[in-house]
Design a protein around this ligand. Structure first.
Ligand SMILES: C[S@@+](CC[C@H](N)C(=O)[O-])C[C@H]1O[C@@H](n2cnc3c(N)ncnc32)[C@H](O)[C@@H]1O
Length: 275
């Protein structure tokens, strides 16, 4: 009997604890990656910044057991969650490594594919990680990244800028500008590949929209608070937080009222570089 026919669903709190919890933020980027990444047999695959196991575990299952996949992330609790998923789903071709991609424990020229969903270019020192990836990749093999691009949530940042202008917060305006420029463009990410010695061979751009009723709903959304609030707080002085964020919320609500909703655009990039 084929092995998969032995499957029996065993309900348990441990199983449900990891079921259906993938952030909708990660999902569109992961789907873009899974849409374009080349599937081959007998590969050694590395997911950099694998977090709670997406898209690592999905990719590993789509590749099947001829490939061995590794996820690397310094985040202990997320790694534990990824390991629990591996046990729950009985996935045998994945190993989780707790550590930083700035120092990979792989030999030179030993890896067939590296992927990173919303990873490398958000890390502390992307050039070092790009270089490490180039070191461990076999010649002719690929580093695949998916990321949001500059222009991310341009509607929100337009209202943020307008709010700071109204309040004549010039230093904060400069910081907001730097915060936005920090996000990569196709050109800057292509440049990062090139500096590491990788040639960009394919790229695809798409976008999707996130819709909120208004600014109040958006600013209180759990994932918005988790993912972005800390960065926005750094733009304005601590003692100005109350006033500025209240004004921002009011302006976002007025903007949403005039448009019928608060629709935020997310430009996405899939980019592939070959050693
Ligand atoms: C935005 S999350 C993406 C997680 C996952 N790939 C996804 O799509 O949901 C970025 C991940 O990169 C990890 N990370 C940050 N610095 C890292 C580093 N130096 N090496 C490896 N992973 C790192 C974080 O711990 C986090 O899990």
């Amino acid at each position: 009997m084929p092995h998969f026919l032995e499957y029996q669903f065993n309900d348990s709190p441990e199983f449900v604890a990891t079921f259906d919890e993938l952030p909708l933020w990660s999902a569109p980027f992961g789907l873009l990656l899974l849409k374009h990444v080349e599937l081959k047999s007998n590969m050694t695959v590395l997911d950099i910044g694998s977090g709670a196991g997406f898209p690592l575990i999905e990719l590993a299952q789509r590749l099947g057991n001829s490939s061995k996949c590794y996820g690397i992330d310094p985040w202990k609790n997320a790694n534990e969650r990824a390991k629990q998923k591996l046990r729950n789903y009985e996935v045998e071709n994945v190993e989780i490594i707790e550590g930083s991609a700035a120092e990979l424990s792989f030999e030179d020229n030993s890896v067939d594919l590296i992927v990173s969903n919303l990873g490398i270019n958000n890390f502390d020192d992307p050039p070092v990680v790009f270089k490490e990836c180039a070191r461990v990749l076999k010649p002719g093999c690929k580093l695949v990244l998916t990321t949001n691009l500059d222009g991310h949530w341009k509607e929100f940042y337009g209202v943020f800028e307008q709010t700071l202008r109204e309040l004549q917060m010039n230093t904060a305006l400069e910081k907001l500008d730097a915060h936005q420029r920090h996000r990569g463009s196709v050109e800057s990410i292509t440049g990062a590949y090139l500096i590491a010695g990788l040639r960009v061979t394919r790229s695809f751009e798409e976008s999707f929209e996130m819709r909120f009723l208004d600014g109040t709903a958006m600013l209180n959304h759990s994932f918005v608070k988790l993912g972005w609030l800390a960065g926005w707080r750094e733009i304005v002085d601590e003692n100005e937080h109350q006033g500025i964020f209240a004004a921002l919320e009011k302006n976002l609500n007025e903007y949403a009222k005039s448009k019928g909703e608060l629709l935020l655009t997310v430009p996405m990039l899939y980019i592939e570089g070959t050693k």
